[in-house]
Design a protein around this ligand. Sequence first.
Ligand SMILES: *[C@@H]1O[C@H](CO)[C@@H](O)[C@H](O)[C@H]1NC(C)=O
Ligand SMILES: *[C@@H]1O[C@H](CO)[C@@H](O)[C@H](O)[C@H]1NC(C)=O
Ligand SMILES: *[C@@H]1O[C@H](CO)[C@@H](O)[C@H](O)[C@H]1NC(C)=O
Length: 360
Amino acid sequence: MVKFIAPSLTIVFLTLAAVKAQSPIVIANFPPPNAIPPTNSTEVQAWIKELGDLSGAPNIPLRSGAPPECANPPAEDECNWTCQQCPADDITACSAPNTWGLTFDDGPSTATPTLLDYLKTNKLSATFFVIGSNVINNPDTVKREITEGHHLASHTWSHNALTTLTNEQIVAEMKWTEKAVMDATGLRMKYMRPPYGDINNRVRFVLKKMGYIPVDWTGDAFDTNDWKMPGVTEDQAVTRFTKSLDDYVASDKAKGFYCLEHDLNAGTVALAQKLIPLGLTRKINIASVAQCEKDAEPYQAGSTAPMPTVSGVPPPSKTSGPGGNSTDSPTSGAITAAPNAAGLMSVAVAAMAVAGAALV
Ligand SMILES: *[C@@H]1O[C@H](CO)[C@@H](O)[C@H](O)[C@H]1NC(C)=O
Ligand SMILES: *[C@@H]1O[C@H](CO)[C@@H](O)[C@H](O)[C@H]1NC(C)=O
Ligand SMILES: *[C@@H]1O[C@H](CO)[C@@H](O)[C@H](O)[C@H]1NC(C)=O
């Protein structure tokens, strides 16, 4: 008996080890960066099949332009955010009162580590809406973001306007980015921000099929305009955002806000270090999307790494943060296995019990 069970135990534990391990990123296994991934690859075809029927998506014509222009009348039930300011059920404001939902789009870039140093010194946690094409070139930066208590969310593979893409192209954009972050961190993202804020009911339908929750920003006042630099100077951006913060402080502050900000280059990262103190001196709390929404599970089922802990307050920067110390002894890694791995474990144990019973 024991002879038979021992090998199967070994297989079970090898399987769990495989679930726990993250696959190193092999750039050649991903589509070309900064372009819409082909939809006829085996990977994308498998993802589309897995999602099932996309034909229920609202039949709204594909838009054109990058970003799309607001020239034509909208289709019925289009509800686009960029042009109609129609958010449907997108998240558009941080749910916590008096709170700045700190978000950075378009990274990771070579400027990101400087921003991470600053956030660590100031014990702040942010959400990074990452671009898949950048993730595969900077996997260590996304790992660091998790280790230091930040929250990862998707900003697509190539930063194309989603209302201009087919349903299948949207799947390809999201799933390749999801895979890049999974390979780097073991976490399957749950929140996303549409590039240019460009989203309508067709795009929402496809995103929801994949389990994604769109997060827009809280209107034009909270667009830091960092992406317009150097056309907009740093001083102009600071002046504009100062007014937005003052207006916010004068409001009832019942809800927080989400900003539009980028870890794109040294300029935007330098601006971030001027804007954040303006919030802090006004006693506005600063938080990630996971913290704003008090979401204890800010990643989707299917993650292979443990779910990072999200508290109402940013984690202390001194410790390694929610991700835990990844250089812990190997046994502790196994013990703190993700709920998913734990679930698999009980399935495996149950399967063994059945197998055992059969053998007996
Ligand atoms: C996908 O389509 C492109 C362009 O039509 C073609 O060149 C390529 O060979 C196709 N790839 C697969 C895997 O079918
Ligand atoms: C959004 O709606 C506007 C009308 O308010 C329309 O002109 C525009 O084409 C739509 N844009 C997209 C990207 O769907
Ligand atoms: C993680 O823990 C190990 C062992 O306690 C320690 O040597 C290492 O410095 C820690 N690393 C970090 C990043 O805290």
